[in-house]
Design a protein around this ligand. Structure first.
Ligand code: 5GP
Ligand code: MG
Ligand code: MG
Length: 180
């Protein structure tokens, strides 16, 4: 474990096993369908990679860089897109992947934007769910783990751009925040 990590929430083995389960579930749920998996960069990069590897079926992959301002009631007008999808989504089944669902505003806003492409369906998949923090009552369709309301890093989750490449998910020691 890296010296900046105070506590591990999910081990590498737990993550790997759960992602394999989710991949198998998606393979079953989307059998015979035209699927586009959209990963929200940068956080979802690791989860989306492992999840699609575990799906073991032909899917298209795309990426978005988008973040929500989180201060408007009009969720669709509430998102800034820095990199938009390139794949055709009309009539296809979209799986939107993110690292974590917290307030829920990001996924709500991005789903709203993606609806404008007229996909056949949109579902969401996240590695972590901090359900206690939700402000909009939305939930993700596929959830790796529910975690407590603590700021998590690793497996795509960053603090100030670092720690995404930890193979586990953990919580930083308080002294790390004091340093920056
Ligand atoms: P939401 O819009 O659901 O509040 O936030 C989702 C985004 O907030 C995530 O994609 C992630 O970038 C960031 N976020 C929320 N909780 C955490 C956390 O515990 N750790 C990290 N590193 N990012 C988080
Ligand atoms: Mg994010
Ligand atoms: Mg971040």
């Amino acid at each position: 474990m890296h010296e900046d990590i105070g506590k591990i929430l999910l081990t590498e083995e737990e993550i790997k096993a759960r992602v394999r389960e989710l991949g198998a579930q998606l393979k079953q749920d989307y059998a015979g369908k035209e699927v586009v998996v959209i990963a929200l960069l940068k956080g979802a990069a690791y989860f989306a990679t492992d999840l699609t590897l575990a799906m073991d079926m032909p899917v298209k992959i795309d990426f978005m860089v988008a973040s929500s301002y989180g201060n408007s009631t009009n969720s669709c007008g509430n998102v800034s897109v820095k990199l938009d999808v390139a794949e055709e989504l009309a009539g296809r089944h979209v799986i939107l992947v993110d690292d974590i669902i917290d307030t829920g505003l990001t996924l709500e806003a991005v789903c709203c934007m993606l609806q404008q492409h007229k996909p056949a369906s949109i579902k969401t998949a996240v590695m972590c769910d901090k359900a206690d923090r939700r402000v909009n009552g939305k939930s993700a369709d596929y959830v790796g783990f529910c975690i407590p309301d603590e700021f998590a890093v690793g497996y795509g989750l960053d603090y100030a751009g670092n720690y995404r490449n930890l193979p586990y998910i953990g919580v930083l020691k308080p002294c790390v925040y004091a340093r920056t």
